[in-house]
Structures are given as C-alpha cells and as structure tokens.
Design a protein around this ligand. Structure first.
Ligand code: ATP
Length: 875
C-alpha cells in the first residue's frame, strides 16, 4: 500500500478527497495522513498559524474545516478516532482540546523562558503540531522517529540511524522462562463487562424516562453542553488574566483554550540558587573520599576508545553515533580495570557505559573454562530483562554469552543456564542468593567484574559481595548516589574512581517539570478525605483525557491505588495497563509489552517501574501522589526525557506533599511550572468518578470471586497430588533464617541509630526523617530506641549538674517501711526509668547485645569514647 501523501490540489478535488477518505478509513495510519493533508491545505491557503479553541466537539478547528471546503469528511472520520475518549468528554459536557500535540514537550511554550526545554525544530512534524488537529493524536512512533524528529540536536548523544537492527526486548530464552498461568478472564475483559452492563442500564433508564416525560431528557442534553462550552471561555476572560496585557493574553490563549494555565513561580527560581550552594558542598564532601575522574574528553569518539571491532560493529548496529558524557568518562576508566563509583542523570546511557568496558575486557582476556566472570546486580526484574537485552545486543558480534537470573521466572531453566557457565550474569539479589544456595556447582568465586545498580537490598548485596572473588573490579552506578550507596561503596570498592557527570538530584536534562496543586479542603470539611481522593482522581482523569492521552506513565504509591486507577480509567474508556508487585511476572511483562507496543496508552505503575526502565517514546510521567523521597522522584520522572529527548512530568501535590515539592523545586535547574486546571472541569470529572465508584466495586467483586475459585482449585490440586503420593519438592535454603533476618535488620537499625547519635544535626535530621517517613516496623523500633537514648542522655546531663542526683542513684536501699522503695513501687533510678519506658524492651535488647554490638557504638560508650560514655562512667 502506498502511503504517500497527496498534494493539496489533489485533495481539493472532491473525488480525490473521497478516495482519500476511503483509503484513510481502511488503514491504521489515517490520522497521520489526515494531519499532513490538513497542513498542506492550510499552507496552500496561506493561513496564519494560530492555536484555536475548539468550538465543536468533533475536535476539529474551524480553520481546518474551512480549508477543506468539503462537506464534513473530518466529522466522518471523527467517529473512528479515539471514540471512547471523545464520547466520554461529550458525556461530561466538555470540549475536546488540543491535547498532547499542543501540549507536547516538543513544542516550545509560549511562556517559556531561557531555561525552558525543547528548542523548536523547524520540520514538517512541528508544523503539524502547530495546527490543533485532534483526530487520532496517537502518533505511532515508528522506529524511524527515534532520534530524529524529537531528538534534541543540542544534546551530546549521537542520533540513531533509521533502519538499525532492533532486537526483540525479551529474548526467546527469557520468554521460555515465563510461567504460563491460566487466567479465566483478564481485568480488561471484566471492565468491559461492567461497562456494557452499565451502558445497557443507562440506555434502559433513559428510554423509560423519555417515554414518561420529555423535560428531563432535554435538560440532560442541553444542560451540560451549554455549561461545557462556557467553561473554558469563562476562564479565559475572568480572574487575574483579565488584567493581562494583550501580548500576554495571546501568549496564554492556547493554554486557556485547553482549559489549563501555566505560570512560572518566581520564588521557585530563587530557591533554586540556595540549593546549588548545598549541592556544591555535598560534592566537595564526597570528593575527599574518592579519586575524581568526572572530567572527560568531550571530543572522544567510540573509535578512540580502543574497543574491538565486533563491539564497534554492535555500536554501529545500535546506531549510537557519539558516546554520551557518562560513556566518555567511564569507558576509559573501566577499561583500566579500576573500581568505579558513577553518577549520571537518568536516560543518559549508563548501561552501555559499564557494558562496553566489560565486553572489551572479556574479549581481551578470553576465558580458560566455562565460568561466569561478570555479575550485574539489578534492583528490579524488568530492569534485569532490559540490561540482559542490551548486553546481548552489544555482544551480538562476539561469542560472549549472557544469562538472566531474576525472580518470577522459571527456576529450573535458570539453573540449567547457570550450569552452562555464561560469561555475563544479570541477576536480582534475591534470586541470585537462592541459586547460590540451591544450585549445585554454581558459585561466584570466579567473578572478575561486579556491577551494582543502586543500593537496593543492601543486606543481600553485602552477602553477594562477600561471596565474590576478592580480586575483582567493582563498578557502582546510580542516578541518585546517596549516603546509603556510599555505605555500599565503602564495603565493596577498592581505591575507587568517582565519576560524577551529574549531581545525584539532577533530573534528565530535557525534562519539563510541572505540578498540579490539590487543595483538599476547597470543598469545605465535607468528607475531606474522600473528596480529596476523588478530586485527585478527577485531576488525573482530566489530564489523561484532555492533555496527555498516550505514552503516559502514571505512578502511584501503592499497588491497590494502581489497580483501582486502572479499573476507573478503564471504565472511562481509556486504554490502561498496570505494573506492580502484586501481579504475576507473566502479567507484569505482558503489561509492559503492551505499553511498549502502544496497545495501551497509559501504564499505571508503582515504583517497581521507576528504576531504569527504558521505554521508547514515553512522553509524560504523571505522579498521582508525590513519592516519599527526592530520589524516588528523580527515578520516576526519569522514565521520560531519555536519550536526549524532551519529556514532561506532572505531579499532583497535596498539602502534605508540599515539602517534597519544595525539595524538587530547590534542586531543579530549569523553571518548574504550576499547572492550574479549571475547577469546573475538575468538578465534572469528580462527579463522574463518584458515579463510577459502584462499577469499580463491581469489577473488584468479579475479581475476588475469580480469585476465590482459583484458590480452591489450587487447594484441590495440592490435595490430589498428596493423595497420589507425589514426591514433594525439596525445601529451598536461604542464606538467613527468619530469626537471622530479623536480627540483621535490627542490627542495621542500631547502626543507623548509632550513626545518628554522632552529632546534634544528624540526630535532629534522623528524628525528622523517621517522623516523616512511612515507617516500617523496624524503623519504628529504631525510632523508639533513639527516643529512649536521647531521653537517657538528657537525663544523664541533668544528673551531671546537681551532684545530689548522683548521690541519690548510689544511695543504699532505704530501710523497710520507707516511702520510696527502689525497685517495685519505689523511686526508680534514671536508668530504671529509662528501661521501663515504652522503648525499654528495645533498649534492653540493644544493651543485651549480640555479635553486632561492637558495631553499634555501645562498646565505644563503654570504652568511654562514644556519645553515651557519660552514662557508663556514672554506672
Ligand atoms: N551513545 C548513545 N547514543 C544514542 N543513544 C544512546 C547512547 N547510549 C545509550 N543510548 C540510549 O539511551 C537510552 C537510555 O540508556 P540507559 O537505559 O542506559 O540510561 P540510564 O542512564 O541507565 O538510565 P536510568 O538511570 O534511568 O537507568 C537507551 O535507549 C539507549 O539505547
């Protein structure tokens, strides 16, 4: 089929236009063609380019239709484009907007400052974007787009060739490891079932109503539509903007037409400077520890790096033209065999930065036996699959083998693959430890290079490091190198070289950060919490249906939230997928694949998808709730604006999350924007969502029933197996018993606690953090210990002042019958009090000590060196 775009004259001929319409309708690419046609026509008519408010729910600008001078072919096509979304907007009484093309990161903002992102690219694509044609905005981003249209020419990445050989994301051997589970019906099927039921009910009730009385029917069609048409118009004239100068007004017209306003907050920019000073200090602190090799030769090319031909060939096949800054800095150091501690922003090519020197070193020193020589530890399974895929692509012209050992995939096939001794092993810590204890003949004593991405699962990481050969090269890579990573660096790196291309709080260079504020009590005190959550959901729904419709990752704090949002947005007709730890691995990978393949527009995910995932073409990251730390924020928003492209993040910020917002603003290098959604739109969405609540419950009920069925079936099959006397599987061994696990967690808590005691500032920060965090049980215990310890210290200080207090403590027991007996019911010493207060039990445990005591500073106290030494002297 020839997809070439017809010329303007051709289009203007009625006959050709009809032919074109037929062609478009018969092919999936109709939206692109249509856009191009519209642009051609507009150019021919020499119309001034201007963003316009849609006055028609068809979502077609009047200019487009006039330019056509044809009856209404576009409206005909409209029926085939994103129908659920348009229908939903119509139901809500809202107008279709310019959507993502208008608000897309590629397009320069009318209010943009020098700091702003994405310089304009004068290509035909951007022409397209200027004209707000709504029909099927979802541009299928073919591989040819990669690194071309939306690639920022100023960035230092090399552009990718158009037709480079793309390998599948999940290789066949990984696919074979996926457990096939029978699922009666998918969630989407259930959502559809409930939606259909609801529609049928609605239809039935409206028919009945229409039969009875005509008046309500009138109001239901007229009411919302008149309101809807007025809402954006009102917002463009009312409020603070009525005072705007003409120029400003026209500049913001487009934004108002989409019902959204963007303002630059000056205080945010001021705070930015404060932060810079702080960042500098942190960098200086870490400089004292490591040798610094952050400076690199900017003119370095891949061919200057002394890489072997098969590797250079793979680089060419991947269409990497220029090394990225982190690659320029890391590859030469990695080739020297030095330990590396590297930090660079998200999406800047860290994977190739460690993989290239690894492959070169393996090629340079061929193996003598079938042994695993490289271990890459990754924090999540999906990231493991991705790194495995990159390793295979870079090693495709060499004989180097790579193997994947991550949780959720089949153990037996992994065991077989490990026994074959692959050169490079990519693993998650938990699964690796499982194999180390349960796969005979598999060990890490021959590991020559160890790579760690971030500090996740610290205890397990340390166990793995202990099992690796001592004469290894270790490389630690992270976009957010925090104190915790520094801890890991101290135990694992030898004479390391520090390569900090970016600071640990830097977001991707071409990311545009936006915030939407949630004011919980705007509605008064009425059911504040529910209202807030409905408002939040309303805002997200509004963003997803009006502004950011596809290639969106929506992050939530919990799995439950993610699942609920999936159902809700699904019921609204959006194409949604979910990704979180509650799903089976097969479901996780399937949902990820569907998002990558553009079968779903929105991926609702928890932080499991926040680390390292490189999904082509993600345009927008939405934070439904702000993450608890800046580090999490940086990783989440790093899923867009990767590899030199631009992207946008929109975070919903409630009152409780304002501190987090301040931190983000402080660390931002470019302007952070506030996005204001028109209240009337939010209210409409909120009401719609509240109506859908029943349907959400219905879907959840269906799921529960199905789960219960599956559980009883599983029980039955276990019973069958037992009756048949099938041999039970041998129990798998783990490196720690349950008790040991608890103990190690406690000892870690105590270490941190000890750390926190060394200095007033640190202590205060620790207490603050502990209060702010969503604390786990052991963190709570740790916090209690700290409180007890601080109390003891204060008491000890108090004691030191009046000498009498000490005398009291050392006083012999009063004679029987005296009022204040020591011990039971009597006056307690400071220490007795301390031990019987709420945290007494934990403190006793702390004192009773274990093998870990030495590390905890108690010893130091006893030896008269630690901060609590005064107490021991007195004792
Ligand atoms: N030299 C290069 N030229 C062009 N593209 C590159 C180059 N190096 C890497 N890329 C591409 O950049 C994207 C991001 O790379 P990668 O996933 O390694 O980033 P990262 O820094 O590890 O990100 P994160 O911190 O999120 O894990 C990938 O799609 C990769 O193919």
């Amino acid at each position: 089929m020839d997809y070439s775009v017809p010329s303007t004259q051709m289009v203007q001929q009625e006959e050709d236009w009809l032919t074109l319409t037929g062609l478009i309708l018969s092919e999936h690419r109709f939206s692109c063609v249509l856009k191009q046609v519209a642009v051609n026509a507009l150019t021919a008519n020499n119309q001034t380019r201007r963003k316009e408010t849609f006055q028609d729910t068809s979502g077609i600008t009047p200019s487009c239709v006039n330019a056509r001078s044809c009856p209404d072919p576009l409206a005909l096509l409209r029926a085939h484009t994103h129908p659920p979304r348009l229908r939903m907007l119509e139901q809500l009484g809202l107008i279709g907007t310019i959507q993502d093309d208008d608000l897309s990161p590629e397009e320069p903002d009318s209010e943009s400052t020098d700091d702003d992102l994405s310089p304009e690219e004068p290509d035909s694509e951007s022409d397209c974007e200027e004209e707000p044609i709504v029909l099927n905005r979802k541009k299928k981003q073919g591989k040819s787009r990669r690194g071309a249209a939306d690639f920022n020419a100023d960035f230092e990445f090399g552009e990718r060739d158009v037709g480079h050989t793309e390998q599948p994301w999940i290789s066949a051997d990984v696919l074979s490891q996926m457990k096939q589970k029978r699922t009666p019906t998918s969630l989407d099927q259930k959502i559809e079932q409930v939606r259909k039921r609801r529609k049928a009910q609605e239809k039935g009730s409206t028919e009945a109503e229409a039969g009875q009385n005509e008046a309500p029917a009138q109001s239901s069609t007229e009411g919302p539509h008149t309101e809807q048409n007025e809402a954006p118009a009102q917002s463009s004239t009312d409020g603070p903007h009525s005072e705007q100068s003409e120029e400003e007004e026209s500049a913001s017209e487009a934004e108002f037409s989409s019902g959204e306003e963007e303002i630059l907050t000056k205080s945010d920019t001021l705070k930015d400077k404060e932060r810079k000073g702080k960042r500098k200090r942190t960098e200086e602190e870490s400089e004292q520890v490591f040798e610094d090799a952050s400076q690199y030769d900017p003119s370095l090319t891949f061919s200057d790096m002394n890489l072997s031909r098969p590797i250079l060939k793979a680089i060419t096949a991947l269409a990497f033209q220029q090394p990225t800054p982190i690659q320029k800095a890391c590859v030469p150091v990695g080739l020297l065999g030095r330990d590396v501690c590297a930090c660079a922003a998200t999406g800047t090519g860290k994977t190739a930065a460690f993989m290239l020197p690894i492959l070169e070193r393996l090629l340079y020193k061929p193996r003598s036996a079938q042994l695993t020589r490289v271990l890459v530890l990754v924090p999540t399974r999906e990231l493991g699959i991705q790194v495995h895929s990159v390793a295979r692509q870079l090693a495709q012209f060499t004989g180097i083998t790579a193997c994947l050992a991550v949780g959720g995939l089949d153990l037996k096939s992994q065991e077989a693959a490990l026994r074959a001794g692959p050169d490079v092993l990519i693993a998650t810590p938990g699964r690796l430890i499982d194999h180390l204890h349960n796969t005979p003949s598999f060990e890490l004593s021959h590991i020559e290079i160890l790579v760690m991405l971030d500090e996740y699962f610290e205890e397990q990481m340390k166990e793995i490091i202990r099992m690796c050969s001592h004469n290894r090269q270790t490389m630690l890579f992270s976009a957010t190198l925090t104190d915790q990573v520094k801890d890991l660096a101290t135990v694992s790196l030898k004479d390391p070289v520090k390569i900090f291309v970016n600071s640990n709080t830097d977001v991707a260079p071409f990311l545009r950060q936006e915030f939407v504020r949630i004011r919980a009590n705007r509605e008064g005190d009425r059911r504040a919490v529910e209202v807030k959550s409905a408002v939040e959901t309303g805002k997200v729904a509004s963003l997803l249906t009006r502004s950011f419709q596809d290639h969106v990752m929506l992050f939530t704090q919990t799995r439950k939230q993610a699942h609920r949002l999936h159902i809700l947005l699904g019921l609204m007709g959006l194409k949604v997928g979910e990704l979180h730890g509650e799903l089976s691995q097969t479901q996780r990978l399937e949902n990820l694949r569907r998002f990558k393949d553009e079968q779903v527009d929105v991926l609702v995910a928890t932080d499991v998808a926040a680390r390292g995932l490189d999904i082509d073409g993600v345009k927008t990251v939405i934070n439904f709730t702000m993450p608890s730390t800046l580090k999490h924020y940086v990783h989440r928003v790093g899923r867009t604006a990767r590899a030199g492209r631009s992207g946008r993040s929109v975070s919903l910020v409630g009152e409780a999350e304002r501190k987090m917002l301040k931190e983000v603003v402080k660390s931002a290098k470019s302007a952070v924007k506030a996005r204001v959604l028109p209240p009337e739109v939010i209210l409409k969405f909120r009401d719609h969502i509240q109506k859908l609540e029943k349907d959400v419950e219905a879907v959840i009920r269906l799921e529960r029933e199905e789960r219960e069925m599956a559980a009883s079936e599983a029980k039955l099959s276990v019973a069958h197996k037992r009756l048949e006397g099938g041999a039970s599987e041998p129990q798998r061994v783990w490196f720690q018993s349950q008790q040991e696990r608890k103990q190690s967690r406690m000892s870690k808590a105590l270490q941190d606690f000890d750390q926190a005691l060394r200095g007033k500032k640190k202590r205060k920060q620790f207490v603050k953090d502990a209060k702010r965090k969503d604390v786990s049980a052991e963190e709570r215990a740790q916090f209690e210990i700290l409180k007890a310890q601080m109390f003891a210290e204060r008491a000890a200080k108090r004691e030191r002042r009046p000498k009498r207090a000490r005398a009291m403590m050392e006083e012999p027991a009063p004679p029987p019958g005296a009022k204040n007996k020591p011990g039971k019911g009597g006056k307690k010493s400071v220490f007795d009090k301390e031990l019987t207060n709420t945290s007494g039990r934990v403190l006793k445990q702390y004192r009773a000590g274990s093998a870990e005591q030495g590390k905890c500073g108690l010893k130091r106290d006893r030896a008269g060196k630690g901060p609590g030494a005064a107490r021991f002297k007195k004792k």
